[in-house]
Design a binder for this molecule. Structure first.
Ligand SMILES: Nc1ncnc2c1ncn2[C@@H]1O[C@H](COP(=O)(O)OP(=O)(O)OP(=O)(O)O)[C@@H](O)[C@H]1O
Ligand SMILES: [Mg+2]
Length: 69
């Protein structure tokens, strides 16, 4: 992974969540933003920063939508 530019605030938020987990505290962080803004890249940073922890991942797929009757 190439170096992340900027994103200090986002990385700090991720680092805080990981530090809390290491201390036995659960927490939740919602990562949202428009297309191509860097969400996946920050998730990859999260996984790399959590190499000492157990990481579980899930993937979502866009619904095909409700069919007409
Ligand atoms: N902070 C950053 N520094 C450098 N490059 C970045 C950074 N954030 C994202 N990029 C680059 O920008 C591109 C888009 O990033 P990314 O795929 O993470 O966006 P995304 O929000 O997950 O997009 P999508 O909405 O399509 O899923 C990638 O090529 C990624 O390497
Ligand atoms: Mg993405």
């Amino acid at each position: 992974m190439s170096a992340l530019l900027d994103r200090e605030a986002e990385r700090a938020a991720i680092d805080n969540v990981l530090a809390a987990a290491r201390g036995g505290l659960s927490s939740t962080l919602v990562l949202r933003g428009g297309p191509g803004v860097g969400k996946t890249t920050l998730l990859q940073y999260s996984v790399a920063a959590a190499s000492d922890l157990t990481v579980s991942t899930v993937s979502g797929v866009e619904s095909a939508g409700r069919r007409s009757p």
